[in-house]
Design a protein around this ligand. Structure first.
Ligand SMILES: *Cc1c(COP(=O)(O)O)cnc(C)c1O
Length: 402
């Protein structure tokens, strides 16, 4: 049965779409959805269609492609693959995660209001407050794990609820279903930044979201070699708007990058599984370490949003943050400089483990008082746990801590 399914999958995309409902499992979709052997050569890998334009058969007669800002076959394959992974109907890829977010905000009008979380990814916060606030769009930021606090901000101008879960760097979990009910009652769209969870662990569209956003730079690409963003939706009207803005503003991604992300996604399920396993082991090692104070990892039953994490996610991911007893910035600096396998760098989601110090890196521009309100204290260290051998990762962290 599986063999037959696969044959159908690789031979005929249209049939795949029909068969998709409930039947095809994630790993099979990751490898096959959206891609099919190249009709001219049989190449199993989607070619990199490095072309700007397409020759017409006659005026008004094309093969589905006219100009590569509008659409490109390599990008198209990736967009279909991403839509399948998120259980959506339409996907659109952009030059970066922020370009994808920018597209969503461009659907709004002056006077519209957006509610988002107060521990939002820094780049999203900067886009909202320094670019779009001056066009008359109003942004509210609130601790979104408190549903009633969000509800209080909803009014007739609310047009978008922007959720990011788990959040960065303190791994708060926001109840997507509860937010979708609020958005529905307000007649607003709900968009979820699903970068940290990946579609392998969480599918916001199934929980009532209208749009899913990804920084494909992170786990989807997975190999720290590309910057890309994506939007996925099942709503035809929203999809039309997304494609109109994508084509009109032109923040598209390149065919080579689409090839890299398509290739990365073929192992997404394997990688995220291992990110989760390694993450769990490291979270427990840190929690038992005498120098460590708090460990932020949604898999702990003591995590304030653990129950929601368990409901809406299929695993707890590879992102972990922790603080040190005594809360000294100097101590945190020592640790991030002493690790040998963990690399000191921004970003996340690649096969290699990264370590970061938010107070002096990603959150360095935020005043101390402000950043501390969301848990970004002086000794907070963030890990993107990679897929190296767990024994080596634990040994590395222990030697750095000691
Ligand atoms: C990295 C990131 C973004 C921005 O994506 P880019 O690809 O860097 O533009 C947005 N949201 C989250 C949660 C991220 O981690």
């Amino acid at each position: 049965m599986l063999y037959n399914t696969k044959l159908v999958l690789v031979r005929n995309l249209a049939k795949f779409v029909q068969m998709k409902e409930d039947k095809i499992k994630f790993a099979t979709k990751a490898i096959h959805a959206g891609v099919h052997p190249d009709p001219t050569t049989g190449a199993i890998m989607t070619p990199i269609y490095q072309t700007s334009t397409y020759v017409l058969d006659a005026i008004g007669v094309d093969k589905g492609y006219k100009y590569s800002r509008t659409q490109n076959p390599t990008r198209h394959a990736l967009e279909k693959n991403l839509a399948a992974l998120e259980n959506g109907k339409f996907g659109a890829c952009f030059g970066s995660g922020l370009a994808a977010i920018d597209c969503v905000i461009k659907m709004l009008n002056p006077g519209d209001e957006v509610i988002s979380t107060n521990d939002l990814y820094g780049g999203s916060y900067r886009l909202f407050t320094t670019i779009y606030a001056k066009y008359g769009i109003k942004f509210h930021f609130v601790g979104m794990d408190n549903v009633s606090a969000v509800e209080k901000l909803v009014n007739t101008n609310t047009k978008l609820i922007w959720v990011e879960t788990p959040t960065n760097p303190t791994l708060n979990i926001i109840d997507i279903f509860a937010m979708s009910k609020l958005a529905q009652s307000a007649g607003a769209m709900l968009c979820v930044d699903n970068t940290f969870a990946t579609p392998y662990l969480q599918n916001p569209l199934d929980l009532g979201a209208d749009i899913v956003m990804h920084s494909a730079t992170k786990y989807l690409g997975g190999h720290s070699d590309v910057v890309m963003g994506a939007l996925i939706t099942s709503n035809e009207k929203i999809a039309e708007e997304i494609f109109r803005i994508q084509n009109s503003s032109g923040a598209i991604t390149a065919p080579m990058d689409c090839f890299l992300v398509l290739r990365g996604i073929k192992t997404l399920h394997l990688r995220v599984q291992r990110h989760c396993e390694n993450g769990e082991k490291i979270a427990h090692v840190l929690a038992a370490h005498p120098k460590v104070d708090k460990v932020y990892w949604p898999g702990f039953t003591s995590h304030p949003n653990h129950d929601i994490a368990k409901q809406q996610m299929r695993g707890f991911g590879g992102m972990i943050s922790f603080t040190l007893k005594g809360n000294q910035m100097e101590e945190a600096h020592k640790i991030v400089s002493k690790v040998e396998i963990f690399a000191l760098a921004e970003s996340l989601g690649g096969v290699e483990s990264l370590i970061g110090h938010p107070a002096s890196m990603t959150h360095g521009a935020i005043p101390k008082g402000e950043r501390e309100k969301t848990g970004v204290v002086d000794s907070l260290i963030r890990l993107s746990v990679g897929v190296e051998d767990i024994d080596d990762l634990i040994r590395d962290l222990k030697q750095a801590l000691n």
